[in-house]
Write a protein that binds this ligand. Structure first.
Ligand SMILES: [Zn+2]
Length: 75
């Protein structure tokens, strides 16, 4: 069971917030943009994308940590 705290992304002060991660922000020449309601969902999408498009079976910890700092809130 995943902590409910992870699912804070949907509404904050009545504003709909979406988590956004851009592949190009990771230093990759790619125009993929991931959007999800939670970081968890976003990472899931990103790892699927990395696997299918960039051939990365596993995302290195360092890259994951970097990706975390690159997530933005979009209202
Ligand atoms: Zn990409």
């Amino acid at each position: 069971m995943v902590s409910v705290l992870l699912f804070y992304g949907v509404k904050k002060g009545g504003v709909y917030i979406v988590k956004v991660l851009r592949c190009s922000d990771m230093g990759v020449q790619c125009d993929w943009i991931g959007r999800a309601e939670t970081e968890q969902e976003l990472f899931k999408m990103a790892s699927e994308h990395a696997a299918t498009v960039h051939g990365m079976k596993e995302i290195p910890k360092e890259l994951l940590a970097k990706a975390k700092t690159l997530i933005r809130d979009e209202k």
